[in-house]
Design a binder for this molecule. Structure first.
Ligand SMILES: Cc1cc2nc3c(=O)[nH]c(=O)nc-3n(C[C@H](O)[C@H](O)[C@H](O)COP(=O)(O)O)c2cc1C
Length: 164
């Protein structure tokens, strides 16, 4: 059984709820970046999540927690990212924080898995989008909370297949 860790940053609880669902699907518990330690980053698959705040910024706890990610050697390791955002309220910075996490992890040598199609979302621009695909799973509990459980379910299956 692969060792999977989920680390998230959340200000009002949406990303925390998503992280809990994702972690439960892998039989583990999610850890807030506010309380994370270096060993929490050691995994066969590291799943990182952040909501987007300001205009395209990482969630507050990640702003300081990112230093931990910056100091890791993730060469050859698998990382998947997810992000919560508001595609209608912030169409030009939708889920940008997920893109920042993917970029940081790649800088540290990680291989990003779990990209998804961005078709069907109403945003215009996202730093988490590359060639018509999101770098990970984009969730929008402001506008489409009913889609979140299915989106998570499909994504977890995709990750499990990539791990197998
Ligand atoms: C002041 C403020 C700024 C925000 N900025 C963005 C943004 O730039 N891009 C985006 O996609 N969502 C943005 N959001 C929406 C949040 O990311 C969204 O509500 C998210 O679900 C919050 O998750 P959390 O409770 O886990 O922190 C913003 C929300 C607020 C209140």
């Amino acid at each position: 059984m692969a060792n999977v860790k989920v680390i998230y940053g959340s200000s009002t609880g949406s990303t925390e709820s998503a992280a809990a669902l994702i972690a439960a699907a892998f039989g583990t518990e999610a850890v807030s970046i506010a309380h994370a330690e270096m060993e929490d980053f050691e995994a066969d698959l590291l799943i990182l999540g952040s909501s987007t705040w300001g205009l395209g910024e990482l969630q507050d706890d990640w702003l300081s927690g990112i230093a931990m990610l910056d100091s890791l050697d993730l060469t050859g390791r698998k990382v998947a990212v997810f992000g919560l955002g508001d595609q209608n309220g912030f169409p030009d910075t939708f889920a940008d924080a997920m893109g920042i996490l993917a970029e940081k992890a790649e800088e540290r040598g990680a291989a990003i898995i779990g990209e998804t199609s961005s078709a069907g979302y109403a945003h215009s621009i996202s730093a988490a989008e590359k060639d018509g695909r999101f770098r990970g799973l984009a969730l929008d509990d402001n506008n489409e909370p009913e889609k979140t459980p299915d989106r998570i379910g499909r994504w977890v299956e995709q990750l499990k297949a990539a791990l197998a």
